[in-house]
Design a protein around this ligand. Structure first.
Ligand code: GDP
Ligand code: MG
Length: 159
């Protein structure tokens, strides 16, 4: 049972569903996400289309209302951040954390990716994950299980 209610957001193919499943101890192949998915521990997975198409932002925002933590998921081999400008402002009262997935891929430059994400307004903490590696997923799960003040202050986006 994870303590924090979270929503995964990010582009199509970023690895949200694989991560969602891994957080639920399912390491099988992710099928394409057609709808918002809820687990029984407060987690929510969203279709990447919510994020990639401006006309669906309102759907994205209504899905995230109940969540305490927004997890922005970005693939390590994706050099562009499609985070809509201003979307993070909507979440100024929530904790926003960033997960960089697919760190197992060859020829990735994690430092450059992080710099690019920070230039788009994302802040620490960044989690570097391969969704097939349970130990890297566990680091995130532990963080989400952490209770309390210090974590929400550290991750709060508007600080
Ligand atoms: N190499 C690698 N591939 C991954 C990783 N996580 C997800 N994928 C693959 O990336 C593709 C998209 O993943 P999916 O979870 O469906 O992304 P979503 O559209 O954000 O939900 C799938 O083929 C996954 O198997 C990872 O950590 N490493
Ligand atoms: Mg998906």
């Amino acid at each position: 049972m994870l303590t924090r209610r979270y929503v995964l957001v990010g582009s199509v193919g970023a690895g949200k569903t694989s991560l969602f499943n891994a957080l639920n101890n399912d390491y099988g192949i992710a099928v394409k996400t057609q709808a918002v998915a809820f687990d029984d521990q407060g987690g929510v997975d969203t279709p990447g289309e919510f994020f990639n198409h401006p006309r669906l932002y309102s759907a994205l925002i209504s899905t995230t209302t109940e969540a305490e933590t927004i997890i922005y998921v970005h693939a390590a081999n994706d050099k562009t951040c499609r985070l809509p400008s201003g979307l993070l402002d909507v979440y100024s009262n929530k904790e926003v954390i960033t997960v960089i997935t697919k760190i197992d891929l060859p020829d990735i430059d994690l430092i450059a990716i992080k710099e690019m994400l920070m230039a788009h307004g994302l802040k620490e903490p960044f989690f570097e994950i391969c969704t097939y590696d349970p130990s890297s997923v566990q680091t995130l799960a532990d963080y989400l299980n952490q209770d309390g003040q210090s974590k929400s202050l550290r991750g709060k986006h508007n600080e």
